[in-house]
Write a protein that binds this ligand. Structure first.
Ligand code: MN
Length: 263
């Protein structure tokens, strides 16, 4: 065999070309079916049914209520929306009428609550106009965008990705999905969070800077939206720290409350 540098490059080139043409979506699915071990899929129970909502991607919008944008140090009137993602397995399902233990994560000394309305999609597309965007929404859930604020800020200050502050295990607690064809589309109403029985965050969903429909439209200009995508639609002002032993109760008008204990 000729192990000259030139020949190695040629071989690599052929292997690369073969891989590109073989690994279609179908081929990937077939490969997955032969996996030597199982990876759990993320699913959220659909309220009042035995069905589950399969989660594909978690999108989150930043600074979507004016007062919260100001407390984070930005001017909401001048900024287009921005988004980040959490890994799908960051979901922690919180059944109603149960207090779920939520683990205090490592590395942080300033762990923050962010109560948010979550919209879940059952249709996909690109460049979706805002006027049609709610047709893509299957339903809604109440969620928390839990945040290691100290890590988020430190990375932001260094102009590095803030992923470690936002996208970690259990960072996306969520209640059951409520179908829009049963409860309608949620555009206004109270959203609040209590810690140990005391109101910490309280606002009206109508105070969002970018509506759920506008968020879907904006996201779909950057990404192809797909069934199973879910969107954390932003948190109101007065985010703040929780510590081990705290009980968090979240509320959105029209949805059952969720309760978590930090352990
Ligand atoms: Mn958030």
């Amino acid at each position: 065999m000729d192990f000259s540098r030139r020949n190695l490059f040629a071989t690599a080139g052929i292997a690369g070309a073969t891989a590109l043409s073989t690994y279609s979506q179908t081929a990937l699915a077939e490969t997955t079916s032969k996996s030597p071990f199982k990876v759990p899929a993320t699913r959220i129970p659909i309220f009042g049914t035995s069905d589950v909502f399969p989660v594909r991607r978690i999108y989150c919008i930043g600074r979507n209520y004016e007062a919260h944008a100001r407390e984070m140090g930005s001017d909401p009137t001048r900024e287009p929306p921005f988004f980040f993602q959490k890994p799908t397995d960051a979901i922690q399902f919180v059944p109603i009428d149960q207090t779920v233990n939520h683990p205090y994560p490592p590395l942080t000394k300033n762990y923050h609550h962010e109560i948010e309305l979550v919209a879940v999609l059952s249709k996909g597309g690109r460049d979706i106009p805002a006027e049609k965007a709610l047709e893509y929404v299957y339903g809604y859930a109440i969620g928390l965008d839990m945040t290691r604020r100290d890590l988020q800020r430190a990375m932001g200050d260094q102009k590095k990705p803030w992923e470690i502050g936002k996208s970690f295990d259990h960072s996306a607690p969520i209640g059951p999905v409520h179908r829009a064809d049963k409860i309608g589309h949620i555009k206004q109403g109270a959203i609040w969070l209590k810690v140990n029985g005391v109101i910490r965050q309280e606002a009206n969903l109508s105070q969002m800077i970018w509506s759920v429909a506008e968020q879907i439209s904006q996201l779909s200009a950057a990404f192809e939206m797909m069934p199973g995508d879910i969107i954390y639609s932003g948190t109101p002002e007065n985010v703040g720290p929780v510590v081990v032993g705290d009980t968090l109760e979240g509320h959105i008008d029209g949805l059952p409350n969720i309760t978590l204990k930090i352990v």
